[in-house]
Design a protein around this ligand. Sequence first.
Ligand code: NAD
Ligand code: IPM
Ligand code: MN
Length: 355
Amino acid sequence: MSYKITVIPGDGIGKEITDAAVEVLKTVDGKFGLGLAYEYHDAGGTAYDKFGTPLPQSTIDACKASDAVLFGAVGGDKWDDVDPALRPEKAILGLRKNLDLYANLRPVKVADALVDYSPLKPELVRGVDLVIVRELVGGIYFGEKCESEQHDGTERAWDLENYSVPEVERIAKLAFATAKLRRGKVTSVDKANVLATSRLWRRTVAKVAEEHQEVELNNLYVDNCAMQLAIRPTQFDVIVTGNLFGDILSDEAAVVGGSIGMMPSASIGTCTSLYEPIHGSAPDIAGKGIANPMGTILSAAMLLRYSLHEEEAAKAIEKAVDKTLADGYRTPDLWKEGFSKANTEEITRLICQRI
Ligand code: NAD
Ligand code: IPM
Ligand code: MN
């Protein structure tokens, strides 16, 4: 048996963190005999510089032909002024669309060793175990847009938000199925007091809920949800929400885990799935070798679990990450007095030693 994994490092810290995750995958492969093979492809600003496009067709084709995709991050100031249609971020958006990755699962858990690293009080974050199920190929991200037009003598721009019933249905179904395997609670987040798309969202989620009576459904407005995440994050099990709200709420929820560098994600759809940390290319620390690779390494664990059904190998990675933290090793984003500082390569080696 052998599995083909397409690796897309991307820009900024992307190479450092995907190198780390591949080293960890090679270590579990050595232990469990998984037969993993890697193929590297370009995307983002790096691809734009080489080929004049952030997402070459060859990268899309390779993803479709593989068992899973491991993605680093894209973007950076260097490409801020390129044609908006060719921005590095178009690479990840294009991959999501081309692979129809409609569901982005962003689990938020706090490692025991990091309970007092969050800016929130330890008693608030201890025991947090939630997952944000973010709709990933619709909403305002993919609606019609206008970069610039003249209107009544002034310049304006616009982005249209739209959602269809089938788009909401499929993400809602996945959220309820996820909740059934967890604590049986779905919180649907919208802005139904203002937005028509949110009213359609809420109606559709309620219909899907009728087929899942054993799951409890609550609705929250997004502004309240943002506050509730800071006040009492333990109240959440599964949060299901649209593309833009899910993007914002997941960065907010990441503070529970102590650093955005810890947070993994799985993007799942009807074709090959893609795994990436929720953070970006971190241009401020790129090239310094100090990025926290744990979010990407934990994304690799999700890849083993969901795409390759290698649960034991996935657990081995998660345990090794926990043990490394429990043994007191920290990348600079998490370091404080009394702990051992490790750079990206060192922490990766420490994790591999614990597998
Ligand atoms: P960012 O997530 O890259 O960085 C925000 C802050 O978190 C920075 O201070 C950064 O140093 C820190 N950080 C992020 N990841 C870290 C890690 N692994 N270890 C330690 N610290 C880490 O967000 P940003 O600065 O708003 O965006 C930078 C670029 O990344 C932009 O071009 C943006 O569009 C892009 N971006 C890409 C993705 C993606 O590829 N999926 C996701 C988010 C942002
Ligand atoms: C994320 C990022 C992306 C998003 C950007 C880079 C397009 O912020 O994956 O969270 O907004 O989805
Ligand atoms: Mn984001």
